[in-house]
Ligand binder design. Sequence first.
Ligand code: ZN
Length: 406
Amino acid sequence: MEDNQFKIIQEQFYKLKAGNGFYSQKFKDVEKLESFEDFLALPFTEKADLRNAYPLGLQAVDEDKIVRIHSSSGTTGTPVIIPYTQKDVDDWAEMFARCYEVIGVTSKDRIHITPGYGLWTAGIGFQAGAEKLGAMAIPMGPGNTDKQLKMMKDLGSTVLCATSSYALLLAEEIEKRGIRDELKLTKGLIGSERWGEKMRKRIANELGVELYDIYGLTEVYGPGIGVSCAKQEGIHMWTDYIYIEIINPKTGEVLPDGETGELVITTLAKEGAPLIRYRTHDLTRKIAKPCSCGLNYPLIDTILGRTDDMVKVKGVNIFPSQIDEMISQIPDASSEYQFMLDHLYGKDICTLFVEAKKDVDITSLEREINQGFKNKIGISVIVKIVGIGELPRSEKKSTRIFDNRY
Ligand code: ZN
């Protein structure tokens, strides 16, 4: 941690502790923050804490300074509400504009925005950053593929912003309609989902564009707190706005650079709802060496998955990224799969559905995937091959692991 980062966090800590928001409660037994060791002893902030503060318990400034709220849609139960001040909104746009700049987007670009608008932070973040940069934002939102493709063609969109599953859906549609040559797309900025190398290659090839990852989460501004650069060596994180740690998700111990664990974020500039040691549940690692692009912001690796996506079967931990990687080494298998876990007659049953072209030898492909799974991940699964496009594509995040056991 740099000295100035520590000073900011220290000041924030005492202010929050003395306030009447959620952190005054959280830190009531923590007396001081005078050293880095004190920082490491601070309790983590969990999503459940944020949920318990519903609706506005996270608000850390006076009402008249709040200009907007966003909300992360909890899949179950109470949502988390994040209040923003004008400075928070401006800072977020600034970071997002920086993301566009790093990937070579300029004020001459036309940015086609398909993530949704509303309570969540997706669409509006892409838009505010585009406007800050001076580019033309095309605020499509998700859905209506016909209209998406028409606008993309007629307006000459150059940058596509989407989730990976929606980018894949559009790429497949463009391929099917044979309209690639009528489009002007050069770049894809893909957010909020972990995606395998195979899927990335398919989207890049079918759209004929360079692809970049954008990182972020609603609790910490939204998408735009980091982006991959042209060198593709990782995701640059804007550490003038956030402090990042990687921890062992089981023990909470901070891990050295290079080791994979859970990303934990402390905000440095946020006013409306500052967060201290917030557990993102995203799995990644810090990359120790500087990026060869020369940009002086640290790198984290592409997000490997979520600690919550990890499932334990027959004593083995399974991450979606391991399945991605296993499938990517089997040429006849496509990038799309679903992993179903059921508990029947007293034992766990795993079924892996994988998309493949109709003309492959299904029996031998199933055998090959089963063998691959056993070798790489360590357990046996039932493999079922389905046709391309048969598994659901989603405009939002797609779920690939379904645990129906409990
Ligand atoms: Zn770089």
